[in-house]
Each structure stands twice: as C-alpha cells, then as structure tokens.
Design a protein around this ligand. Sequence first.
Ligand SMILES: [Zn+2]
Length: 411
Amino acid sequence: MRDNDFTKILGWPGYRVYQSEIDEKGKTLRLWVRRKRGNRKLICSGCGRKFTDAHDYREREVRDLPWGEYRTTVVIEVYRVCCPNCGVKVEKVPQLPSKAPFSKRFEEAVGGACESASVRQVARQFKLAASTVRAIDLRYLERWKVTRRKIPLKEMGVDEIYLGKTMKFITVVSNLESTEPVWFGQDRKQETLDEFFQTQLSAMQRKRLESVCVDMWQPFTNSIQQWAGNCQIVYDKFHVLQHANRAIDEVRRAEFFRKGGSMRGVVKGKRWLLLTRWVNLDSKKRQQLNELFALNRRVMKAYLLKESLERLWTYRYEGAMLRYLQSWIDQLRWQRLVPFQNLARMLLDHLDGILNYCRTKVRFGVVEAINSNIKSLLRRGRGYKNLRYLLLKAQRMAATKTEFIVLKKAA
Ligand SMILES: [Zn+2]
C-alpha cells in the first residue's frame, strides 16, 4: 500500500503518512505522519496566537483507533512555536487533546463506551488499565462540559448521599429545572453548603433563587437562610418519606431483633419489603409481608403509617394538608411507637416548609431521580474518589438519559 492510501484511510485533516510499519505477528500498525505541504498555520497551545514559523519539532506517539485487528500507533511531528506571550510552547493539534498518548478520536471511543458500560468492561475491551480508562473518560467529559449551555439556577435541590466508609457523606446540589446535579461537596455540614453559595454563585445568582427542595436537616436550612434568604424552603416528600422509612426500620429492629430466636428467622431479609411501597410489591411479596404482619401488629401499624403519610402530598390547599397531617398525628396516640412520635415532632417543627409545597411549585421526584442516578453510578463504578468525575458522569447521564448495560452473571 502506498503512503497516499494510508493517508486517506487515516483521515487526519492536514496530515499525511510518510512511513509505515506493519507487524503481522504482533498485529500492530505504526504510522509516521507530518503536516501536509500546504498546512503551515501553527497555533500556540497556550494562548491561541497564530504563527507561520516553527521554533523546532519533536515526535509524539499516540494510540489511534484500530485498523481491523491491528492496534494502531501514530507517530506525529509536533512543532513548537516561539510565542511572545508564552515563550517556547508546543503547538495546538486538534487530534491531540491532551498530553496523554491517545488521539482525540480514540479518547472519544473510550469515553463513549464508558457511557453504557463499567470502567472494568471498557478496560478489557480496549486492553487498557482501569485507571487509564477513568482518566480518558474524565477528559472526554470535561471537553463535553465546555460545549454545554448553562441553565440558570432558580429551583434548587439539596440532598446528601452516603458514598461509603472512606468518602462518607457528600452534599449534592442540583438544578431541578435541568434535572441534573450541579455541585458536589465533601461532608454535609453547614460549611459545606456555605461553600457552594460562596464559590459557585454570585450575589445576583443567589438573589434569583426561587425555591429549594431540601431535607429537614438543620445545617442546610441554616445555610440557605443565611445565603438565600428570599428563597422558599420546601421539605419534600422524598426526604420526609426517607425519615418514615428510618422510623419503620427502628420499629422492626426493636420488635424482632431483641426477641431473638425463631422470630429472627422470620424477619430475616424482610427489611427491604418493609421499605417498599405496597403498590410496588407483587402478590408473592405482599403475602410475605402479610405473614410478617400476622406476627407483629406494631410493625404492621408502622408500615400503614408510612403508607398513609404519602397521601399528605396529594393536597394542594394548605388547610386540607394541615388537617390531614393532624389526623395522621392523632393516629399515633396510644400506639407507643416512639420512632413515629419523633417523626411527628420533626414534621411539626418543620411545618412551614412542608406546607410550602402548596405555595410553591416544585418539581417533585427530581431530587429522588438524581439521587438514584448517582447511586446507580456508584454501584457500577466502584471507587469514585474523584468527586469531579462523579459529578460529570452524573450530569452526562442526566443529559443523555443513558441506561447502563447490566451484564448478568451466568448462573
Ligand atoms: Zn502563546
């Protein structure tokens, strides 16, 4: 094959192949490329200034897309320019997006694969180390991010997610309009959210905030009141029901585990059932739950209390919502369900923010969706020590609505 044909197949605009080497045994292809004769415009990679004269050049080796079975390496002549702003600086080459030894389109292939498969799967597919795949994916996402339109933050969501033993909790701020997370912060203190308001929003942007959907967590409320006093705080259904689930769990533990023996066997593995809504259970699961209820009325009562609490958000008038909440709390009398009494107290303490649901239009369910997206990323990704990477990944997921390919283990 002539160099001209190699040039055509390679298809790097402005570059031609002047030497090639095929290793049939090792299944590798090496191509040496340099600028085509007419291609003389050099751009400083530091400031973007244009030059016609080069200072010097050196060779760089990058991995490009494979040609059939052949793993392809391109050796490219890269010039340096003598820039008055930056000094001696390497030129900007569109095919080389970073200092890493990969071409742009190779990185795009890897990044694209990472959208629908785990890092481990992609690493196997491209025969790369997992850490390399992560680094490529991160650069791919950073480049995508630059090209995106920014949607102003008017409806904000604040949530916390537990990342595991080493990372502990992170605070997730999201834009409920664009339905994506916009910022992650380590920990869930008042200072954490303060940092968001300080570093991510101008005074003007803080003033434009209309509402915030948040958990009944005092540090967050304090921060919001300090930085965005005009904005309406709404304690949303998702978070309130999380507290209700925690209350059920406490009742379950108190009722069964301390009793030990045969009782423990019956409830084993039923935790998930108790935390799932009745409508989402099939008949077999409902049967299991009914068996559990037959053994313990108190657990049943706790379950019914949570189910009925959900109806609170079907009311669109404050008065009706308040009446419903009052009747719900009345049901607790004589039940001696301490975790639910605590929950009731918490709801009363945050009454205003709960009733704000009737006064402000908020997109419910978005916080929950973002939360579960992040959790599914965490389940598949393993080890997001880099919060920036996790954030970009979650944003990309929200923007493209991609589903992960779930590979089931063979039985
Ligand atoms: Zn420059």
